[in-house]
Design a protein around this ligand. Sequence first.
Ligand SMILES: Nc1ncnc2c1ncn2[C@@H]1O[C@H](COP(=O)(O)OP(=O)(O)OP(=O)(O)O)[C@@H](O)[C@H]1O
Ligand SMILES: [Mg+2]
Length: 246
Amino acid sequence: MAILSLSGISKNFGAIQALDGVSLELNSGEVLGLMGDNGAGKSTLVKIIAGNFKPTRGTITIDGQEVELHRPVDARNQGVEIVYQDLALCDNLSAAVNVFLGRELTKGVGPFKVMDYAAMNARAGELFRDLRSETRPRDMVRAMSGGQRQAVAIARTRLAQAKILLMDEPTAAISVRQVAEVLNLIRELKRQNLAVILISHRMPDVFAVADRIAVLRRGRKVADRPTASTSPEEITGLITGAIESL
Ligand SMILES: Nc1ncnc2c1ncn2[C@@H]1O[C@H](COP(=O)(O)OP(=O)(O)OP(=O)(O)O)[C@@H](O)[C@H]1O
Ligand SMILES: [Mg+2]
């Protein structure tokens, strides 16, 4: 059974129709590459799954249950986490504290509660090891590379026991080495049976990690196929409209 199923999702912003009847299925342990030109509706689609926007029409089913996501916390409660390009981490705090931001571990009781940094460092260290990331819990985020920052953002989602991870352009603004790191993180999440939607304009990244590629054009889904049975040329044609649909 699909962990995520979208059926006939449409979204209007006033006169603009950002999405037009998009249906999509995603299984656990599967990476879906979501591609399309600027303004095609990719971010709008993942924001709907993350509870940032309500669809104008259509239904969302998670783990067999139809859900209404009014706010991001509703999506989070359903095991949906989103990692944005700008990552929203606190530069002046350590990696471990960022991982636990908003759900800090404490020790002691009542008014004598204090932060349990040792426990947070230990647990964050485990999460980074699980992700095969070299990020160290005590390092300040300020001094981290783009790839290490992503590891922190992803470790947060592991703490939340996410089932579905949405990534909007995670490799757009980082160096070649960091891209490799992020692609490895995605492979590791797949091994841990998460379902991942990866939005990217970067064809090599999508072909490196996606099991399946869906293409949006002007708010419509024009293709959805196994990566193994398509090619970058075909996907480019679908994105631009040179190929109508598949
Ligand atoms: N909050 C909003 N209010 C009004 N219009 C919006 C809003 N968000 C998106 N749109 C419009 O919806 C359409 C789809 O935008 P969206 O951001 O989903 O595209 P995208 O595929 O993510 O593009 P890009 O590759 O540039 O990130 C665009 O026409 C955009 O202008
Ligand atoms: Mg976008």
